[in-house]
Design a protein around this ligand. Structure first.
Ligand SMILES: NC(=O)c1ccc[n+]([C@@H]2O[C@H](COP(=O)([O-])OP(=O)(O)OC[C@H]3O[C@@H](n4cnc5c(N)ncnc54)[C@H](OP(=O)(O)O)[C@@H]3O)[C@@H](O)[C@H]2O)c1
Length: 466
């Protein structure tokens, strides 16, 4: 009898299976296409206790009870298909863990459906890509505490470790784990977009080569901006193409793809009424990039008037670093506020500091900045901007962000996310927004009413009489 089962032996499943087996567990593996299983066993499995199965019945029968089965299959219908196939062979008390990037509302539905059948279900975010899956990912399991306890020991063993402990915790009730993973990806989109925007200014305004930008990014990665995404960015900048010898990044088509988690984050932020402009604009940035033909046509139609003034390169680089720090902080703070609101609305019971802690290692958004965020976040202070330490951190950088966004605008360079981060801070720290005029307009055409600042009550005006 094997300790645990894993279905879905693509890149993530294979690496997670190896990680689990290397921690001393015996594992039954199953994949819809048998060739993938055979290839995995032949090429990747050495001494690990990983055993292949080619039909669901014998796969399930090979597991000790209560059975624990991890799914690492494509999100969406495949997860339902696999659950449907498993159900006839499962017993009450068995546990299914969905480790894919499932939409949190699907996870809630599945938890309910399976609860009626006595089957436990955990929706678990897994971050870290294939390297993390193999060497220690950040794990975000959500569901019942009882279900978590069934696999707690194993999950803690396979997760990444940092000076703050294992990068796994019980995230919360129902779909809390998949919700947190979704927002993690939304933040990931925003950080990636912010780094790319800074890169754009460096290459187009400062005329730096990819290698030079790589050097600067590497230096930044040794300081406050230290993070996985900064690290891979400097490595990408320095990587030479085998075929041409040129920096490979310069040969990659500028159309950024997406699989849906960033879009779900943006949609959910609008549903819950929490402003996350940096996260939303990062999705828009990817969408815009896809209109390559139109962009090429338009670039030939518009005329541009570039400024001729000399720039102090070192000063601009320093400003870009601070603008990036500002935008990364802002992206995290928007994401955490969204998670906190969801925790209230959906009753997740999420410990926000724990979420930041388990992002410190293994995961794609691991960053030195997380220590600072952990220091300032509290349950009553889910909006991180309200901390005096945040205000100090952002105010120290605001002149740099103003200079960088102006420089970018003068040079026709879009900075969707960095601008959004600045405008977010301006909006959130502005006592008087022009929403009074919007309320007037709404009342004018739709009798939607408005409140006044000088007296209580709800008012409507017959504006046409003017
Ligand atoms: N790649 C990453 O860096 C990463 C990071 C974190 C989380 N994730 C998530 O982890 C999960 C696995 O990711 P991945 O990149 O390894 O693989 P993937 O490309 O998302 O999915 C491929 C796997 O799903 C299986 N599958 C697809 N449709 C199926 C169906 N109808 N019935 C049964 N199995 C089906 C495939 O089996 P066949 O071989 O038979 O096609 C294969 O094992 C996904 O939810 C993904 O979003 C991925």
């Amino acid at each position: 009898m094997n300790n645990i089962g894993l279905i879905g032996l693509a890149v993530m499943g294979q690496n997670l299976a190896l990680n689990i087996a290397r921690k001393g567990y015996s594992l039954s593996g199953y994949n819809r296409s048998h060739e993938t299983t055979e290839k995995f066993i032949k090429e990747k499995v050495k001494d690990e206790k990983i055993y292949p199965y080619y039909d669901i019945k014998s796969f399930v029968e090979s597991l000790e009870k209560p059975r624990k089965i991890i799914l690492m299959v494509k999100a969406g219908k495949p997860v339902d298909d696999v659950i449907h196939e498993l159900l006839p062979y499962l017993d009450e008390g068995d546990l299914i863990i969905d480790g894919g990037n499932s939409y949190f509302k699907d996870t809630d539905r599945r938890i309910k459906e399976l609860k009626d059948k006595g089957i436990h279900y955990l929706g678990m975010g897994v971050s870290g890509g294939e390297f993390g899956a193999l060497n220690g990912p950040s794990l975000m399991p959500g569901g019942t505490k009882e279900a978590y306890e069934m696999v707690k020991e194993l999950l803690l063993k396979i997760a990444a470790k940092t000076d703050s402990g294992e990068c796994c915790t019980y995230v919360g009730n129902d779909s809390a784990g998949h919700f947190v993973k979704m927002v993690h990806n939304g933040i990931e989109y925003a950080i990636m977009q912010s780094i790319s925007e800074v890169y754009d200014v460096m290459r187009k305004v400062l005329k730096l080569t990819s290698e030079e930008i790589g050097e600067i990014f590497e230096k930044w990665n040794n300081g406050e901006l230290n993070s996985f995404l900064m690290e891979i960015s400097y490595k990408i900048m320095k990587h030479k193409d085998d075929k041409t010898g040129k920096p490979l990044v310069e040969l990659i088509l500028d159309e950024a793809e997406q699989k849906g988690t960033g879009k779900w984050t943006a949609e959910t932020s609008l549903d819950l009424g929490i402003p996350t402009p940096s996260l939303n604009l990062a999705v828009v940035g990817r969408t815009l990039s896809f209109f390559k033909d139109d962009r090429v046509k338009l670039s030939k139609m518009v005329s541009r008037n570039y400024p001729q003034n000399a720039l102090n390169k070192d000063e601009v680089v320093e400003d870009l670093k601070n603008a990036l720090l500002f935008s990364v902080f802002s992206s995290f703070s928007q994401g955490m506020w969204l998670i906190s609101e969801a925790s209230k609305v959906y009753g997740y019971g999420i410990d926000l500091k724990e979420v930041l802690r388990i992002w410190k290692g293994g995961c794609i958004i691991r960053a030195r900045l997380l220590d600072f965020l952990m220091e300032i976040i509290t349950e009553d202070n889910a909006n991180l901007l309200l901390s005096p330490k945040s205000v100090k951190f952002l105010e120290e950088k605001i002149d740099a962000v103003k200079k960088v966004t102006k420089l970018a605008k003068d040079n026709y360079i879009p900075m969707l996310t960095v601008n959004a981060s600045l405008d977010y801070f301006y909006s959130m720290s502005e006592e008087n927004l022009p929403a009074n005029l919007i309320q007037g307009q709404r009342d004018f055409f739709g009798a939607h009413t408005y409140k006044r600042i000088d007296m209580d009550g709800i008012f409507h005006t017959e504006w046409q009489q003017d």
